[in-house]
Design a binder for this molecule. Structure first.
Ligand code: GAR
Length: 196
């Protein structure tokens, strides 16, 4: 089995969907859930599922990303991870760090990339009057929310939607898309997954 380290910052619902998918004939297994804060909700969920966890708090490092990443990489290396999945990991990573995992780091982003890189994607889709929105899984490269697209899932935008309504509708698709992409990717197949 390929070993997968999953990096989270928040509640970790995407992490749970990935972990739950890695069973049976799946070519990968989770080896670590790592957060940038000891109180990230995802850590407790991972521990409850019997996955090894670790955290490296970014706050003491202030703006020294390189020093933060020098610590962050240690548990990943120790875990023997073959693949790194960013799942709601909200720290920007340097080119140096990304380069350590070239071609084997994935990210899920809540928009139909290349639209709406960065934050507040749901509000921006609403402001733009888009009729559809969605999420993207891509290979991580040094440019933020860039890199080869490995899958996308679309949802309709409905009249009267708030950003939270849209986020919830997209999140349901994230939980389908990310496991589907990881399964393919772990088997060496980079053909994009298109949902629904
Ligand atoms: C997800 O919607 C994910 O796409 C987004 O954060 C949420 C995390 O939820 N990621 C980003 O915005 C990355 N810039 P989760 O912790 O429940 O998986």
């Amino acid at each position: 089995h390929k070993k997968v380290a999953i990096l989270v910052s928040g509640s970790g619902s995407n992490m749970v969907s990935l972990v739950e998918s890695m069973v049976g004939d799946h070519p990968a297994r989770p080896c670590l859930v790592l957060a940038n804060s000891a109180d990230a909700g995802g850590l407790a969920k991972a521990a409850a599922m019997g996955i090894a966890t670790a955290s490296v708090d970014h706050r003491p490092f202030k703006d020294d990303r390189a020093a933060f990443e020098a610590e962050l990489i240690k548990p990943i290396i120790d875990s023997g991870a073959d693949i790194v999945c960013l799942a709601g990991f909200m720290r920007v990573l340097t080119a140096d760090f990304v380069g350590q995992f070239e071609g084997r780091m994935l990210n899920i982003h809540p928009s139909l990339l290349p639209k709406y890189k960065g934050l507040h994607t749901h509000a921006r889709a609403l402001e733009a009057g888009d009729s559809e929105h969605g999420c993207t899984v891509h290979e991580v490269t040094p440019l933020l929310d860039d890199g080869p697209i490995l899958g996308q899932a679309r949802v309709p935008v409905q009249t009267g939607d708030t950003p939270d309504d849209l986020a919830a509708r997209v999140l349901v698709q994230e939980h389908k898309l990310y496991p589907a992409v990881l399964r393919r990717f772990a088997a060496g197949d980079k053909t994009p997954v298109l949902l629904p």
